[in-house]
Design a protein around this ligand. Structure first.
Ligand code: IPE
Ligand code: IPE
Ligand code: MG
Length: 238
């Protein structure tokens, strides 16, 4: 990884857990369990190589429409993930941050509580900022940001009520964070499925054909190497 231009912020759509389980004659939730292990390796690796922000799509606002048994299994996995990380937070330098509609009544209250605890005890960490997109929908995020923005404007005593990109950005769940430079999606699907529509405007996309439970650190590095060769123009000529 020498002479490589590292992305500051990487976003990942972890897709293909269900298909992986099916291929192995396992229940879908086993695919999600294996997927969590892969995620933990990637977080560790991203921190080690100096990535500053990693945002992963863990559960979308649309994923509630899956069978109850699968949704319950996913909630249990998140709970276990949070418990493990609350325990080892002292030893880590990773900052945990949830993005998405975390205050929704659909989210079990003990899960909400653990999210708040992990955020609070890691808030001053100086290593990787790990954003978990949970009950996240890009359109929902923009709507919530608009509501927040309207309140801020009406409270603004300076009389400055101009709506700007910077103001809307500052009302998103990713406020104060740079937009992703690179977006990786596994499983061969080539769509964004309501993931970060505002923030991915100028990101480079990398589609891996492997399923998420098969994704490796090597494949992650390959995506970074490919990113490093891309010429980003941001609308300029040349
Ligand atoms: C991604 O894997 C995990 C979540 C959406 C929670 P999928 O469960 O979507 O797996 P496929 O796409 O059905 O294979
Ligand atoms: C996107 O994957 C959501 C997550 C990875 C959490 P989906 O599997 O839900 O997306 P679609 O339905 O294939 O577009
Ligand atoms: Mg999927």
């Amino acid at each position: 990884m020498e002479n490589i231009k590292l992305p500051v912020h990487i976003a990942v759509i972890m897709d293909g857990n269900g298909r992986w389980a099916k291929e192995h004659n396992l229940p879908r939730n086993e695919g999600h369990r294996k997927g969590t292990k892969v995620l933990e390796n990637i977080i560790k690796h991203a921190n080690k190589i100096g990535i500053k922000y990693l945002t992963v799509y863990a559960f979308s606002t649309e994923n509630w429409s899956r069978p109850q048994n699968e949704v319950n299994g996913l909630m249990k996995l998140f709970m276990k993930y949070l418990d493990r990380n609350i325990k080892k937070a002292m030893r880590d330098d990773i900052k945990f941050n949830a993005i998405g509609d975390i205050d929704s009544p659909n989210i079990p209250s003990d899960l909400k509580e653990k999210i708040k605890v992990l955020q609070e005890i890691t808030k001053d960490k100086k290593g990787l900022c790990f954003n978990m997109a949970f009950n996240y929908g890009g359109r929902d995020e923009i709507i919530r940001a608009c509501k927040k923005m309207m309140t801020e404007i009406s409270l603004d005593k300076t009389g400055n009520s101009e709506i700007t990109e910077a103001l809307l950005s500052s009302c998103l769940d990713t406020a104060n964070q740079p937009d992703p430079d690179l977006m990786i999606r596994t499983s061969g699907e080539m769509r964004t499925s309501n993931f970060m529509p505002w923030q991915l405007t100028y990101s480079e996309f990398y589609f891996a054909s492997c399923l998420w439970p098969e994704f490796t650190v090597k494949e992650f590095d390959k995506a970074i190497e490919e990113y490093s060769t891309r010429k980003r123009r941001f609308g300029k000529s040349e």
